[in-house]
Design a protein around this ligand. Structure first.
Ligand SMILES: NC(=O)c1ccc[n+]([C@@H]2O[C@H](COP(=O)([O-])OP(=O)(O)OC[C@H]3O[C@@H](n4cnc5c(N)ncnc54)[C@H](OP(=O)(O)O)[C@@H]3O)[C@@H](O)[C@H]2O)c1
Length: 319
């Protein structure tokens, strides 16, 4: 079988495709024949081992897995003797922010990891693309009380996180506005929104409206710039640490503030986010945005494209 291989934290150019034996599942493992995965921003951290502190989660001093890959969709083709939860022939998908080594044709996955049956109404590519961005979107949104009519601004509706966030917020009845890049209007034209702002032509922070929640899903703005967009008790959350890492101290300060504040969104386990994502997928309330697809043999090109910062939604890997 083919697998992506690296010995150490490295850049995309150092990734190799190697041939190795199909692994044998351990007692609590299923053997999954991979059909799709993605190359996402969490893979970026697992590939580069950056920020450095991330290495304590994904393997120190070397990566835990030789293969990259955090998400997957595929078929169970083998299982260990203690596995009762899954059967051979079932179609499963999952995600782990600390990596699963899923950029390989066959992978053994411990069933204590976040693995679920794939909804029947979506393809393998959609299943893999429904994981990483939606997991973070769920975890960032659930830090704020959202109800019908809550006014939310999402910066970056063409990111994997932002695109999932807009759809989740719409499903919750929020009044959503968002930004997008000029040449990607067709990717987001179907999404319901009060306002859709081309970020290359208009600065959303100059809007006169005020919002209960500003979610900077691409982490390109700051609390300072967005403050005037917030209502008196409005909340700002970013997917990034902000200029000079300011979002952490601002969030600590926010614990003692009742007015406009920053919340730092520590993500929870995918075991909690994925069941929610499944229910949205089954109802058709969430359709992940797929930008393009690469075969596993072109993993370097897939990583380089994702690292360019230009992807729209998700970059899928096909096996
Ligand atoms: N905190 C966490 O645990 C965590 C986990 C995963 C990811 N992240 C971070 O979350 C961020 C988003 O990741 P992602 O995968 O969802 O998306 P992404 O790949 O960073 O998003 C790319 C898209 O965002 C657009 N974009 C770039 N700058 C923009 C701006 N100023 N305003 C509006 N849109 C803009 C790009 O358009 P153009 O091509 O026109 O630039 C492109 O369509 C990344 O910075 C990532 O590092 C954080």
């Amino acid at each position: 079988m083919k697998t992506v291989y690296r010995e150490n934290y490295c850049n995309a150019e150092a990734l190799e495709i190697r041939e190795r034996e199909i692994p044998v599942p351990g007692e609590n493992e299923i053997l999954v024949k991979m059909k799709a995965s993605t190359v996402n921003r969490t893979d970026e951290g697992c590939l580069l081992g950056k920020p450095y502190i991330f290495r304590f989660f994904v393997g120190y001093p070397k990566p835990r897995y030789h293969a990259t890959g955090t998400d997957f969709s595929g078929e169970v083709v083998g299982k260990g003797k203690s596995v009762e939860k899954f059967n051979i022939g079932q179609v499963v998908f999952g995600f782990l922010d600390h990596g699963l080594g899923t950029h390989a044709e066959y992978v053994c996955i411990d069933i204590s990891k976040p693995v679920f049956l794939k909804p029947k109404n979506i393809s393998h590519a959609q299943a893999a693309a429904a994981m990483e961005g939606a997991h973070y979107a769920f975890n960032f949104i659930n830090k704020v009380k959202i109800e019908a009519g809550t006014k939310v601004f999402v910066n970056g509706a063409t990111g994997a996180i932002g695109n999932a966030a807009v759809q989740m917020l719409n499903a919750m009845g929020a009044e959503v506005s968002f930004t997008y890049p000029t040449d990607s209007y067709e990717k987001i034209s179907h999404l319901k929104a009060v306002k859709k702002i081309d970020y290359k032509k208009e600065d959303f922070t100059e809007l006169s409206e005020q919002y209960d929640f500003v979610f900077d899903a691409v982490g390109k703005s700051s609390f300072g710039k967005c403050k005037k967009l917030l209502k008196e008790k409005g909340v700002y959350i970013s997917s990034e640490l902000g200029p000079g890492g300011e979002n952490i101290p601002l969030a600590i300060l926010g614990l003692f503030q009742s007015g406009k504040k920053v919340i730092f969104p520590f993500p929870g386990s995918p075991k909690h986010s994925i069941p929610h994502i499944i229910s949205l997928l089954e109802k058709g309330d969430f359709v992940p945005l797929i930008d393009c697809t690469y075969p596993i043999t072109e993993i370097k090109e897939a990583f380089k494209y994702m690292l360019s910062g230009e992807k729209r939604g998700n970059v899928v890997i096909e096996f």
